[in-house]
Design a protein around this ligand. Structure first.
Ligand code: PMP
Length: 403
């Protein structure tokens, strides 16, 4: 029998999809489930953007495009990313991809060699694709722990301790999935000062949630002196304009853009042409819908954090961005006799009909930081109120039984 390769057999995944399958099965059985699992805006793509895609199709713009993307989108994305970061980005240094996600792999492929011991530092808890792609491409994953006491930023001193002569790439993500943490300007300055002592290390700045920073104005590591040349800026259309299924992301770096283009030629050929025209309209057109979505996320953040902090055994920091809350449920686990956040999550789903993700879906649990679950609050205020009320009832009921 032909066999599946070891690297594919060992390939990681986004466990959100595993939980989604559990939720779908419960819903199929007729159970009433309130879900906070999905990491995407719960809004339709704004109509002007939809119309631009329809127009592109009707005008016959549906063939292959250059692998780096249509010039109009590269120009628009260069101006857009540059304006947000105070940089003059050359459109030649921008590559369009089928979402921001592929650039995670391209960046690892472009900066490390398979099996050479090249190390990649990445945030934990973090987007699980970082670790799975680092491993799949034969590099060495080096987790950098986020700290609740720092509102889920890492301590720059811990970053410095993780950098070795083998470090090739440091992955940063701000605003962050799954904690909603952000890298504040003071932290970015400390990080840049450390990296200045390690001039051969690349940075991957995953800034897909750049328009959803609330605690401070969005700040990018790429804006700091000497950083743009060595930073891969990754941003895209998915979160800002509710375009997850359109699959448009863009990355910028002067040296690596040709390498990314070659990778796109080797994988997707190009991003979908109608989606590229839609993204041009998203960037250049009116921003009212994007701003309204942002305002709505801030309101829902305040709602869910307030409610979670009233739940027995739960403590939730106010996330600085994105649309995730990352409550600490260590005490709630103890109260109901759950061994850990994963058992808590499973029981919350099966006994109370509330679907969330557990910290272990975002990397190994950070020692000493307790148990956490992730709520995506891209859900209606009614769902947020009902879901958190169910969670509170669930804890109260089960705490009595254990006591
Ligand atoms: N990075 C992070 C941190 C994300 O959360 C996501 C989406 N969940 C992505 C990248 C991928 O975004 P896209 O849909 O543009 O591929």
């Amino acid at each position: 029998m032909p066999q599946v390769s070891r690297r594919t057999a060992a390939l990681g995944t986004e466990n959100a999809f595993v939980v989604l399958a559990e939720v779908s099965e419960l819903v199929r059985q007729g159970k009433d489930v309130i879900s906070f699992c999905i990491g995407q805006p719960d809004f339709p793509t704004p109509a002007n953007i939809q119309d631009a895609a329809v127009r592109a199709i009707r005008e016959g713009r549906h063939g292959y495009t250059p692998s780096a993307g249509i010039p109009e989108l590269r120009e628009a994305a260069a101006r857009y990313m540059g304006a947000m970061r105070g940089l003059a980005i050359d459109p030649e240094h921008v590559v369009v991809g089928a979402g921001a996600k592929p650039f995670i792999a391209y960046a690892i492929l472009a900066t490390t060699d398979y099996g050479a011991g090249d190390e990649v530092v990445y945030p934990v808890p973090g987007f699980p694709i970082y670790e799975s792609q680092i491993r799949a491409h034969g590099a060495v994953p080096v987790p950098l722990h986020l700290r609740e006491s720092r509102d889920f930023a890492f301590d720059p001193a811990e970053l410095e301790a993780k950098i070795t002569p083998r470090t090739r790439l440091v992955i940063l993500n701000s605003p962050q999935n799954p904690t909603g943490g952000i890298l504040r300007r003071a932290d970015l300055e400390a990080i840049a000062a450390i990296l200045a002592r390690h001039p051969d290390v690349w940075v991957y700045a995953d800034e897909i949630y750049s328009r959803l920073a609330y605690a401070e104005p969005f700040a990018s590591i790429a804006s700091l002196p000497g950083m743009y040349e060595r930073t891969i800026i990754s941003d895209g259309a998915s979160k800002t304009w509710a375009m997850t299924g359109w699959r448009i992301g863009f990355a910028a770096n002067p040296l690596l853009a040709p390498a990314f283009t070659r990778w796109v030629t080797n994988t997707d050929s190009c991003a979908s042409q109608p989606s590229q025209w839609a993204a041009v309209e998203a960037i250049r057109g009116p921003q009212d819908a994007a701003e309204a979505m942002r305002r709505s996320f801030v309101e829902r953040r305040d709602l869910i954090v307030g409610l979670l902090n009233e739940v027995p055994g739960v403590a939730c920091r106010t996330p600085g961005g994105a649309f995730y809350a990352w409550p600490n449920v260590t005490e709630a686990c103890r109260m109901i006799g759950a061994a850990d956040s994963e058992e808590f999550r499973r029981r919350l789903l099966n006994e109370a009909g509330v679907a969330v993700l557990a910290d272990v879906h975002f990397g190994s649990r950070v020692p000493g930081e307790g148990q956490h679950v992730r709520f995506s609050y891209a859900a209606s205020p009614e769902a947020i109120e009902a879901g958190v009320a169910r969670m509170a009832d669930f804890i109260r009921k089960n705490a009595r039984r254990v006591a």
